[in-house]
Design a protein around this ligand. Structure first.
Ligand code: SF4
Ligand code: SF4
Length: 446
C-alpha cells in the first residue's frame, strides 16, 4: 500500500466505538422535524406540500423537477406540516425548510414492494431509484449520488472504492455500520458495481478498526470485493489519498475528479442508503451519527430521523455537561461550528461533537513565524502559510497560483500551527473569491 506525504496523527478519541447503534424514538412528546428543502450540492428544491397538509414518513415533500444535479427530500415522520419558512441550517444561513409536527401515532412504515433481483436490473432504472430516494454523499459532501454514479462516457470507470476509513477523530458511526450492517453494505457495493459495470471493488478501512475489517471480509467472502487495511493517518479518508493508497493512481488537480482516473468513491452510509433504496424501497429519511465529546453527558451512536433538531438529539443523550462550550456538526477537523442547537440533523450530518470550554482554543492568532510545520503537515504538498498570508491580504490571484483551489480543507495545517493561524478559514475565503471571479469571467464571456 502506498503511503502519503504529510498528514497528522491527532488523538483518535473514538470513545463511542464499542456502543451499538440505538434508535432515537419517534414519536416523542412535542416531537417535530425541520426538513431543509436543500440538503445537497446543486439546484435547490421547491416544496410540493402546504401548511396544514398531513404527510406520511417517506412521502416526497420537496424536489427540483428540472435540474439533474439536485436531490429530493421526503417527510421523515408522519404528521402535519405546520410551517414552511427559512430556518437555521447547518451551513450557517437560514434556508427554506418544512416543519412537521409529529402525530401521536406513527404507523409502521410500509415501503413499496421492490424486487430483490437488483443485480439483473437495468442500471438506468437503478440510478433513477437512487435519485428518487434522495440519496446524497453522507460522509458530509452531500453531492447527489445519482450524479456521481453517472460519469460521462469519455470517463470509463473500472474501480469502485468504498471509503471506510473514518479518519476524523471522535466519529464512530461508519465503524458501527460496518460491524452491524456488513451484509447490507456488501449488497449495496455489489449493486453499485453492477450499475457502474465494474468488476473490481476495494473497501479501505483504517487498521485501527480490525473488527470492522474482519466483519466486512467475512461478508465479502466469495465476491470480487477486496477489503484492505489502511495506515492510520489523517486525512486517509480523503478521496485523493484513498485512491493513491489503494490503486497508486493520482487524481489530477482541481477540477480533476476520481472519475478522471477511472474511479468512483462512495461512503459507507451512502452505500447502506443505496441498499435500503434498492432492496427495501426506502427513501433516505434517517441516518446513523455519533453524538460525542466531553460536553455530552451520555455519548452514543444513534439512528436519527433527518430533520430532528440537534437539541432533541442531545437531550436524548442526557443533555450537555455544565461546561459545554462549542457545538460542531461533523468531526473536529472538518466539521462546522454551530451557533444554535435549533439546527436540524441533515443528510450529511455524520456527528454531533460538543467540546467543553477548557478544550476550546481561546484568544486570537499571531503572526506566522515561518516554522514550516504547516508545510510538513499538508497532505497536498501546499504552502499553507503562504496561501493564508495572501488570503489575509486579499491577494486572491496570488493565492490561486499558490494552489488555494487544491486545498482539501482538512485542517492539518491549523492543527500543527504554533501561532494558531486559522488557515482553513483564510483559504476558504480565498476560494470563494476565486470562484466568484471565475463565474464573473464566464458570464462576461457568454
Ligand atoms: S487545510 Fe489545505 S492547506 Fe491546510 S493542510 Fe489541509 S490541504 Fe493543506
Ligand atoms: S505552522 Fe503556522 S507559524 Fe508555522 S509556518 Fe505555518 S502558518 Fe507559519
Amino acid at each position: 500500500m502506498i503511503k502519503f506525504i504529510g498528514g497528522i496523527h491527532p488523538p483518535a478519541n473514538k470513545h463511542t466505538q464499542a456502543l451499538p447503534i440505538e434508535a432515537l424514538p419517534v414519536p416523542r412528546p412535542a416531537c417535530r422535524v425541520i426538513i431543509p428543502l436543500s440538503q445537497h450540492i446543486g439546484a435547490p428544491n421547491e416544496t410540493i406540500v402546504s401548511v396544514g397538509d398531513q404527510v406520511q414518513a417517506g412521502q416526497l415533500i420537496g424536489q427540483n423537477g428540472k435540474a439533474f444535479v439536485s436531490s429530493p427530500v421526503h417527510a421523515t415522520i408522519a404528521g402535519k406540516v405546520v410551517e414552511i419558512s427559512p430556518k437555521p441550517h447547518p451551513l450557517g444561513q437560514s434556508l427554506p425548510a418544512v416543519v412537521i409536527q409529529s402525530d401521536d401515532d406513527q404507523p409502521e412504515i410500509k415501503w413499496p414492494p421492490v424486487t430483490t433481483d437488483v443485480l439483473s436490473q437495468n442500471p438506468t432504472d437503478l440510478k433513477n431509484r437512487i435519485r428518487a430516494a434522495g440519496i446524497v454523499g453522507m460522509g458530509g459532501a452531500t453531492f447527489p449520488t445519482h450524479v456521481k454514479l453517472s460519469p460521462p462516457e469519455a470517463k470509463p470507470i473500472d474501480t469502485l472504492i468504498l471509503n471506510g476509513a473514518e479518519c476524523e477523530p471522535y466519529l464512530t458511526a461508519d465503524h458501527r455500520m460496518m460491524l452491524e450492517h456488513a451484509g447490507q453494505i456488501i449488497k449495496g457495493v455489489q449493486a453499485v458495481m453492477h450499475l457502474l459495470g465494474v468488476k473490481r471493488s476495494y473497501i479501505g478501512i483504517e487498521e485501527n478498526k480490525p473488527d470492522a475489517i474482519d466483519s466486512l471480509k467475512q461478508a465479502a467472502a466469495n465476491t470480487d470485493i477486496k477489503v484492505v487495511g489502511l495506515k492510520v493517518k489523517y486525512p486517509q479518508g480523503s478521496e485523493k489519498h484513498l485512491i493513491k493508497a489503494l490503486l497508486n493512481r493520482e487524481v489530477p488537480p482541481p477540477p480533476g475528479l476520481p472519475m478522471d482516473v477511472g474511479v468512483v468513491v462512495q461512503n459507507v452510509s451512502t452505500v447502506y442508503a443505496i441498499y435500503e433504496a434498492l432492496y427495501l424501497g426506502k427513501p433516505l429519511i434517517e441516518r446513523v451519527l455519533t453524538v460525542t465529546g466531553s460536553g455530552i453527558k451520555n455519548p452514543k451512536n444513534l439512528r436519527v430521523r433527518i430533520g430532528t433538531p440537534i437539541a432533541d438529539v442531545i437531550e436524548y443523550c442526557g443533555g450537555l455537561t455544565g461546561d459545554a462550550g462549542k457545538l460542531i456538526l461533523g468531526g473536529p477537523m472538518m466539521g462546522m461550528a454551530q451557533y444554535t442547537l435549533d439546527v436540524p440533523v441533515i443528510k450529511g450530518t455524520s456527528g454531533i461533537l460538543v467540546q467543553t470550554k477548557s478544550e476550546i482554543v481561546m484568544g486570537g492568532y499571531r503572526d506566522c513565524i515561518r516554522c514550516g510545520k504547516c508545510v510538513e503537515a499538508c497532505p497536498m504538498l501546499l504552502l499553507p502559510y503562504q496561501i493564508g498570508i495572501y488570503a489575509e491580504k486579499r491577494l486572491f490571484d496570488e493565492a490561486e497560483t499558490t494552489g488555494a483551489m487544491d486545498c482539501l480543507e482538512c485542517g492539518c495545517c491549523v492543527y500543527v500551527c504554533p501561532s494558531k493561524r486559522p488557515m482553513v478559514q483564510m483559504i476558504k475565503h480565498a476560494k470563494a473569491a476565486i470562484m466568484a471571479k471565475r463565474r464573473a469571467a464566464k458570464e462576461k464571456a457568454a
